[in-house]
Design a protein around this ligand. Structure first.
Ligand code: DMJ
Length: 563
């Protein structure tokens, strides 16, 4: 009995890898079946079998040897044309298989990394839920919590992360807490900047992602309570607000506010104004930008770290850094410009001038390996000190270049990204310290030094944040791989078995990194979110052409053009 199609399936099942997509294999068999039947119309008694690799094929005899011999016999019964065609098709399939292999492995890679971040989030959430539910921060070692504002900070900061990671169950229980337990009618002092970026930003972004107006109502509530901070002689806001009493004040020891703080609340209040159609929110924060724009005391667009709430002037002048107390001023110049549809030229001019100021005054190379870094300037004296906080800069520069700013911003972003990565790899735990010092002297043997007091790691996001931007814009997989290394080291050195992750005191001691017993809310709000987005190959998962992230990683929409 002649069984042409079963010849083909017999040969194919032996030769085609079981990894070949089932559909390709089936199509081939059907093709062969069709082709062979055309050439040899089946007689009534002809028996045509199509069998698929990996599936139980009952038409076959169990004996392997018999099968081999029978295959060979049947192969020899085919005409030369039939054999050539089968070989041709097999070669074609092999080429397709080889060509699709990287895509298949990359997809598997992507899935497993995304799942690993979800698992990390669940582990962190388990600790928070069991020991700190409704409180500000988890203390994972003592299985307790710490209170800062008493507003469930971690829970609110993590809302949109759960949504983006697809953790629906966790999101729903957190949402129920916000709806029923969260109240801002409390006699507590909160920091204007921290509560704006974490709470107002978190609620606004969750409202946008879910469409749920409950989050918008809560955002309006906290936003309106924070407005008393702007009742100052200069209109430069105070640092602290009592949200229950509606009063505000500077810290006890000074009437100054921090420059980064008063200039990094704009994205959130501008968005609140747009949603509520109440312009006073936007007016208050725009006034701050207007004043800072005009102030004396800048160096090539670089700002000092403090500003006085009475007279509106910079204080403690002469110190310039892209780290603590100034960092997000630069970030929000660019991001406000993007949020508003790239029309507010003053913001753009200030940003471009500042980046030139960085290049001129703060950029240096280390020895022996020539890592590009951003140092600090103190009364004309350069210090090769760089905070981990500065690692937001590669991402911001890349975002600017993506939005049409000079291409050399992207070159600088790539160089600084390498440096931030080196701040991790060169440590014994593979985790960056809070602050590093770069060597600049000829003959140095290592590029990076860490002072004893700077060896801690707070689970900060800036480097993985920048890796996310760099990967989105370049598609260079090395950025994903760097992020995965960092993620694995967080798991290795900061994971607490009973639930949660902890800040550590010493990134240089892999045997005893000395846990600090605190999980910062930004680990869930930012670090894990950026890692997830970094490992995702979907550019539409929070598209950077539709959203702008606030400085706490809460995505807010880029305003639709009204022109
Ligand atoms: C976060 O609160 C924000 O990213 C802020 O801009 C800087 N500090 C922490 C994270 O390091």
């Amino acid at each position: 009995m002649y069984q042409p199609a079963s010849h083909a399936s017999c040969i194919l099942s032996g030769l085609i890898s079981p990894h070949l997509p089932h559909s390709s294999y089936s199509s081939l068999c059907l093709f062969l079946q069709g082709w062979v039947t055309d050439m040899h119309p089946p007689s009534r008694q002809d028996y045509v079998s199509i069998s698929f690799a990996g599936q139980g094929s009952e038409g076959y005899n169990n004996s392997k040897q018999w099968r081999r011999q029978s295959c060979w016999r049947k192969w020899n019964q085919l005409s030369r044309l039939q054999r050539s065609l089968i070989i041709f098709v097999l070669i074609l399939l092999l080429i397709c298989g080889i060509a699709s292999y990287p895509a298949v492995t990359e997809h598997l890679n992507e899935t497993s990394r995304l799942e690993a971040v979800q698992a990390a989030f669940r582990h962190a959430w388990k600790g928070y839920k069991n020991f700190a539910w409704g409180h500000d921060e988890l203390r994972p070692l003592s299985k307790s919590y710490s209170e800062w504002f008493g507003l469930g900070l971690t829970l609110i900061d993590a809302l949109d992360t759960m949504w983006i990671l697809g953790l629906k169950e966790e999101f729903e229980e957190a949402k129920a807490w916000v709806a029923t337990e969260l109240t801002f009618n409390k006699n507590v002092d909160v920091n204007l900047f921290e509560s704006t970026i974490r709470i107002l930003g978190g609620l606004l972004s969750t409202h946008h992602l879910t469409g749920d107006t409950m989050f918008l109502d809560k955002a309006k509530d906290i936003g309106s309570r924070l407005m008393s901070a702007f009742n100052t002689p200069s209109k430069i806001p105070y640092s602290d607000v009592n949200i229950g009493k509606g009063t505000a004040h500077p810290p006890r020891w000074t009437s100054d506010s921090t420059v980064a703080e008063v200039t990094s609340i704009q994205l959130e209040f501008r968005e609140l104004a747009r949603l509520t159609q109440e312009p006073h929110y936007q007016d208050a924060v725009a006034e701050v930008m207007k004043q800072v724009h005009k102030l004396d005391g800048k160096l090539d667009g670089l700002v000092p770290m403090f500003i006085n709430t009475n007279n509106g002037q910079f204080t403690h002048q002469g110190i310039y850094t892209l780290g603590a107390r100034a960092d997000s001023y630069y970030e929000y110049l660019l991001k406000q410009w993007i949020q508003g549809g790239k029309k507010e030229n003053q913001l753009l001019e200030d940003y471009l001038q500042a980046i030139e100021g960085v290049k001129k005054n703060l950029l240096q190379k280390s020895s022996p390996n020539g890592l590009t870094f951003v140092g600090e300037l103190s009364h004309g004296q350069f210090s090769p000190k760089m905070d981990h906080l500065v690692c937001f800069l590669p991402g911001t520069l890349a975002l600017g270049a993506h939005n049409g700013l000079p291409a050399d911003h992207m070159d600088l972003a790539k160089q600084l990204m390498e440096t931030c990565y080196q701040m991790y790899v060169q440590m014994e735990t593979g985790l960056s310290p809070e602050i590093v010092h770069f060597n600049m002297h000829q003959g140095s043997t290592r590029d990076i030094d860490v002072k004893l007091a700077d060896r801690h790691n707070l689970l900060r996001p800036e480097t993985v944040e920048s890796l996310f931007y760099l990967y989105r814009f370049t598609k260079d997989r090395k950025y994903q791989d760097w992020g995965y290394e960092i993620f694995q080291n967080f798991n290795k050195y900061t994971k607490v078995s009973s639930g949660g992750y902890t800040s550590i005191n010493n990134v240089r001691d892999p045997d005893y990194p000395s846990p600090r017993d605190k999980m910062e809310s930004f680990f869930l709000g930012e670090t894990l979110k950026y890692l997830y987005l970094l490992f995702s190959d979907d550019p539409n998962l929070i598209s950077l052409d539709q959203y702008v992230f606030n400085t706490e990683a809460h995505p807010l929409p880029i305003w639709p053009s009204t022109a």
